[in-house]
Design a protein around this ligand. Structure first.
Ligand code: TRP
Length: 360
């Protein structure tokens, strides 16, 4: 996810985070009771290899939902990435990296659909009627887009940047997904999606579900410099990094000068994030990991983190390397995912045409 986290503390409520959290707990119960009732759509912009922040924040959850029996669609948002123009050059490679990362973590193309925007014309066509359902003022209010514009290195705001949340509504609604696992920065987009679905149904008849956000309770991992883990900040550990690169990155991670290692996310955020990372990999609590290390200091902490990460990622990395050698297979996964997404999108567009009385 390239979207920046909301910066002001007041935005937490403006985004409706606490309501979404309560709702997510209810949804988790329903998913367990009846996974077959849910269709999930989620995805990423193809900006490069995914990292541990993505993994523990969202990727892990995708596989969990798939394995519970929920139908999973993963969009590789290759049109949306045009809002960050400078990464668009290496698009084919970035798209393949995303497919590889998903296969490596256990997304199963027999059960789940991985596809790209650009290969699904009927999805993109939904953007036009959808744009008619939202006002410019509503688009202008979107805090995530505002934030991206503020941090954008581009000289002018493109029409795509301004409208991409409506395109994202098409991503979600083309397959009538009713569940969208996202981070909180994406909540405003989901609100637009729900508005579009509701207004379409009111105006033309019931076609779309109003999808729910599923907020993960995964804690935020910091990068090796103590700020949010992000590829563009050079502080991220990629899933695909090898054991030596991982060791080097963790060795260079920021800590503090106190020798006794304790878990204190507010007072010692960098140490806490390293403990959290080791804990997530070991399936234990950060307090337990801290107690193990005690007064052995930052070097011992880093050794533990490096070992835990490398051990945890070893099977993922070896699967990734295997798939990377079979480019033909990779292309086939994408081709078949795109075909499936196209057939779903064609069906929905036909319904939309009927509802809108434009079936000629
Ligand atoms: N906007 C998301 C991001 O930047 C990517 C995305 C595109 C997405 N379409 C989506 C996420 C639909 C969830 C649902 O990370």
């Amino acid at each position: 996810m390239t979207v920046l986290a909301p910066t002001s503390p007041a935005t937490d409520d403006a985004l409706g985070t606490s309501a979404a959290r309560t709702r997510s707990a209810v949804l988790e119960r329903r998913i367990r009771e009846n996974p077959g009732r849910f269709r999930v759509l989620t995805g990423d912009r193809p900006t490069g290899r995914l990292h541990l922040g993505h993994y523990f924040g969202t990727l892990h959850n995708r596989v969990r939902l798939q394995d519970l029996g929920v139908e999973l669609f993963v969009i590789i948002a290759d049109y949306q990435v045009l809002t960050d123009r400078d990464v668009a050059d290496d698009l084919t490679r970035h798209v393949e990296e995303l497919v590889l990362d998903h296969l490596a973590i256990g997304v199963d193309p027999e059960r789940s659909t991985v596809f790209t925007h650009s290969a699904v014309p009927a999805l993109n066509q939904l953007l036009l009627p959808f744009l008619s359902l939202v006002s410019v003022a509503e688009l202008n209010r979107n805090p995530t887009v505002k934030d991206e514009i503020a941090h954008s290195r581009q000289s002018a705001v493109s029409g795509l940047m301004f409208t991409y949340p409506v395109h994202q509504a098409a991503d979600i609604l083309f397959c009538k997904a009713n569940l969208v696992p996202v981070g909180q920065d994406q909540l405003p987009h989901l609100e637009i999606t729900r508005t579009v679905a509701r207004r379409f149904n009111d105006r033309y008849g019931a076609v779309f579900p109003e999808p729910d956000a599923l907020l993960s309770d995964a804690p935020l991992l910091l990068g090796t410099d103590g700020s949010k883990m992000s590829k563009s900040r050079g502080n991220a550990i990629a899933l695909a990094a090898d054991a030596d690169e991982t060791a080097r990155l963790i060795k260079g991670a920021k800590t503090d000068s106190e020798r006794h290692v304790s878990y204190d996310p507010t007072g010692r955020p960098e140490v806490a994030s390293l403990l959290l990372l080791a804990a997530l990999c070991q399936g234990r609590t950060p307090e337990e990991v801290a107690a193990d290390i005690g007064s052995a200091g930052a070097a011992a902490l880093k050794r533990t983190v490096t070992e835990s990460v490398n051990e945890y990622l070893a099977p993922i990395r070896s699967r990734r390397a295997e798939y990377a050698r079979d480019r033909a297979y990779l292309r086939r996964v994408l081709r078949e995912g795109n075909e499936r997404a196209r057939s779903v999108a064609d069906g929905t567009l036909a319904e939309v045409r009927t509802a809108m009385n434009s079936h000629y």
